[in-house]
Design a protein around this ligand. Structure first.
Ligand code: NAD
Ligand code: WQD
Length: 366
């Protein structure tokens, strides 16, 4: 029995692929649109190997509104959208901001317009903790609640803030229009999910993060150190006001994050809340040294690192207050940092070339 149909933009990427898996496991039909800019369609095979179901895949750039229209027309049963497709490298966004605005903002505009034409009214949007900027400027707002004033500090963050605003304005306008016409307008809903730092892989070891270029996030870089692709990790600053001098982040297991999308979508469909933001994090902060220790334990040996200057734009502490998602969505995290590190290591060991190689034999022969 299919409970609903979801268009997942960016669904072959890291978070999108795990969410597609969670949706299929919960009996949703999944149609992925992606242009494979930062992903591989091999992930479709891996999803099928894990859950026995395959998402449908449409090659599509989200900045091509006609193509999006064609996808909605080909799949008239789609009644929800989860929108991941975006460019996401903070540093790069400062070098080519217009490209970030084109893909992230204009692409989202095309998607909203195409959804409107096809009467699709629920959207779950991938936002980011980056919309809070340096929340440590409000010391009583750590861990960060959703009502913390927003203040992104880079073009990538500005695009996320801009799309949150665009979705909010659009959904509120559609609701108001419907009410004026004597209807409820309750069908127009949006979840703005502000993720903290996604981590880990599938426990099977056959699905994980596979960035196409040079990674810039801590765990993928540590994984490269562990397999000898990188000599050592550079620790960006040991002079922060934390227990060991390194910066604090909230690392959330990718399975918990994916599940957050499923419960948010169900909440939109069942409770019709209008526009609502939810933080998805564990509420627990870990320093860079905590992460090196945890991942070294998973690998079984100490990984080399060296202290370097602070990275421009980094802040001391980004930890979520996730009580709103806990109480309103009934969502909480189940996996630990140790789980994330062990799963990441299994994925890295099994797939040194990521998705550019066959899955381990035992899975194919099952
Ligand atoms: P990802 O790069 O793995 O996934 C993004 C996907 O979008 C990729 O498959 C890529 O090919 C696709 N894509 C890019 N441009 C496209 C276009 N024009 N048309 C169609 N598809 C396009 O990234 P991810 O880590 O899975 O992130 C997913 C979403 O979550 C993004 O919106 C990102 O900004 C947001 N986010 C990520 C993090 C993180 O640390 N990974 C944290 C917070 C928010
Ligand atoms: C984590 C910590 C670094 C690399 C970014 C985006 C954010 C969100 C998640 C998309 C920091 C330290 C890192 C290294 C290090 N993405 N570090 N050496 O910066 O918290 O968040 O990804 O929305 O918007 O900004 O994640 O993994 O890059 O860094 O010491 O080689 O690890 O300084 O304290 P970040 P990260």
């Amino acid at each position: 029995m299919v409970v609903g149909s979801v268009l997942v933009t960016g669904g072959t990427g890291y978070i999108g692929s795990f969410t597609a898996l969670a949706l299929l496991e919960a009996d949703y039909k999944v149609v992925i649109v992606d242009n494979l800019y930062n992903s591989s369609d091999e992930v479709l095979n891996r999803i099928e190997l894990i859950c026995g179901k395959r998402p449908e895949y449409e090659a599509c750039d989200i900045t091509d509104e006609n193509k999006l229209d064609a996808v909605f027309e080909k799949h008239p049963d789609i009644d929800n959208v989860i929108h991941f497709a975006a460019l996401k490298a903070v540093g790069e966004s400062g070098e080519i901001p217009l490209e970030y605005y084109r893909v992230n903002v204009f692409g989202s505009l095309c998607l909203l317009r195409s959804m409107a034409k096809h009467n699709v009214t629920n959207i779950v949007f991938s936002s980011s903790a980056t919309v809070y900027g340096d929340a440590t400027r409000f010391p009583d707002m750590i861990p960060i609640p959703e009502h913390c004033p927003l203040g992104p500090t880079n073009p990538y963050g500005n695009t996320k803030f801009g799309v949150e605003t665009m979705i909010t304005d659009h959904v509120n306008a559609e609701r108001a229009k419907a009410k004026k016409a004597g209807k409820s307008g309750n069908e127009f809903n949006a979840a703005l999910l502000r993720y903290f730092n996604p981590a880990g892989s599938h426990p099977s070891g056959i699905m994980g993060e596979d960035p196409q270029g040079v990674p810039y996030n801590l765990l993928p870089l540590l994984a490269q150190v562990a397999v000898g692709k990188r000599e050592k990790l550079l620790v960006f600053g040991d002079d922060y006001a934390s227990k060991d001098g390194t910066a604090i982040r909230d690392y959330i297991h990718i399975l918990d994050l994916a599940n957050g999308h499923l419960v948010a979508l169900n909440h939109l469909r069942e409770k019709n809340p209008g526009v609502r933001a939810w933080n998805l994090g564990t509420g627990k902060g870990s320093t860079v040294y905590d992460m090196i220790k945890a991942f070294s334990a998973a690998v079984g040996r100490d990984l080399p690192y060296e202290v370097a200057p602070r990275r421009a734009g980094d802040v001391l502490n980004l930890t979520a207050n996730a009580t709103r998602a806990n109480s309103e969505l009934g969502w909480s995290t189940k996996f630990t940092l140790e789980d994330a590190c062990e799963d990441l290591w299994r994925w890295t060991e099994n797939n040194p070339q990521g998705y550019r190689q066959q899955p381990p034999k035992e899975f194919v022969e099952k």
